[in-house]
Design a protein around this ligand. Structure first.
Ligand SMILES: Nc1ncnc2c1ncn2[C@@H]1O[C@H](COP(=O)(O)OP(=O)(O)OP(=O)(O)O)[C@@H](O)[C@H]1O
Ligand SMILES: [Mg+2]
Length: 282
């Protein structure tokens, strides 16, 4: 079973859209996929047409010692199963303040006899105990990044968080991969930040990008995926191609320690990100 988190410390970079469409495309490829909505705001849950569940029927179950993890309260979504979020997570935040509270989800997954090929976490932009739980439980982290200043800074900070988590808490963390989202090739600033990320992170950036697509936003309003809404739309093709590439990489990594990068972690510094004026001058 592969466990993957979708993270970027900056908001609005396409995390939830990516989690939904990666899961749906994996489902179409025959992978039994579980999406775990670890964002207390629960946009993914609501997008998939699921109302606020009772706390015990939500992801909050993973943070309870009483949970029968073999019987997680999963719901069916569009080609994948979903463990829905609950606003009760926000209340739980106050009690989850011990260093060991970053281990709840990993331990729950270890105890569970889950019958999935892929478990995928959607996380909130804030660095909370919930997003740390996701990274601690994962072998792979996918960082969706809009090629603009703040999102790129957030993506690099996320990369650094994953390095810390890997070194201190989760040696099983195998790869960190960037996915460019909401790309508009007509914008020079998008081309510049895309080039910046590719030069700095090399193979860690997926070749396929997600372009802006109104069908993605429309499908979301309709409580479905773009594959159900309009499978010929640009957003559907881009997510299908990005998922194929991710699948190829996951298979290749099964026999490797880490994806080969053009830079070492030590040489990566988030302060390098050019400010928008500098980016346009270059
Ligand atoms: N490729 C795209 N083309 C057009 N709109 C998009 C695309 N990807 C995402 N969006 C829209 O951008 C907004 C933010 O996307 P999304 O919710 O996936 O980001 P997020 O990183 O999960 O945000 P948050 O940090 O608030 O959880 C949404 O309204 C979504 O419909
Ligand atoms: Mg989100």
């Amino acid at each position: 079973m592969i466990v993957l988190s979708v993270c970027n410390h900056k908001g609005g970079t396409g995390k939830t859209t990516t989690a939904i469409h990666l899961a749906a495309a994996m489902g179409l490829s025959g992978w039994r996929t579980l999406v775990v909505d670890l964002d207390p705001q629960g946009f993914l849950t609501r997008t998939m047409g699921i109302d606020e569940p009772a706390p015990e029927a939500s992801v909050a179950a993973l943070f309870s010692p009483d949970v029968k993890v073999g019987r997680l309260p999963v719901r069916e979504a569009s080609g994948f199963d979903l463990l829905p979020s609950s606003s009760t997570l926000t209340k739980r935040l106050r009690d989850l303040n011990k260093p060991t509270d970053v281990l709840w989800v990993r331990e729950a997954l270890q105890r569970a006899k889950l019958n999935y090929d892929l478990v995928l976490f959607d996380t909130a932009a804030a660095v909370t105990v919930f997003s740390l739980n996701a990274i601690v439980a994962s072998q792979h982290v996918l960082i969706p990044v809009l090629p603009e200043y703040q999102a790129v800074v957030g993506a690099e900070q996320t990369f650094q968080t994953t390095t810390l988590v890997r070194d201190k808490l989760n040696p099983r963390l195998q790869s960190r991969t960037f996915l460019l989202t909401q790309v508009d090739a007509r914008k020079r600033i998008h081309r510049t930040y895309q080039q910046y990320l590719r030069e700095k992170y090399g193979e860690r950036v997926l070749d396929n990008v997600i372009r802006t697509s109104t069908a993605l936003a429309e499908s979301r309003d309709g409580g479905t995926t773009v594959f159900d809404h309009d499978s010929s739309a640009r957003g559907a093709r881009d997510y299908a191609n990005a998922t194929d590439e991710m699948l190829r990489r996951l298979r290749a990594m099964e026999s490797q320690e880490d994806v080969r990068a053009t830079v070492t972690d030590e040489s990566i510094d988030a302060d390098d990100v050019p400010l928008p004026d500098e980016a346009l001058d270059s």
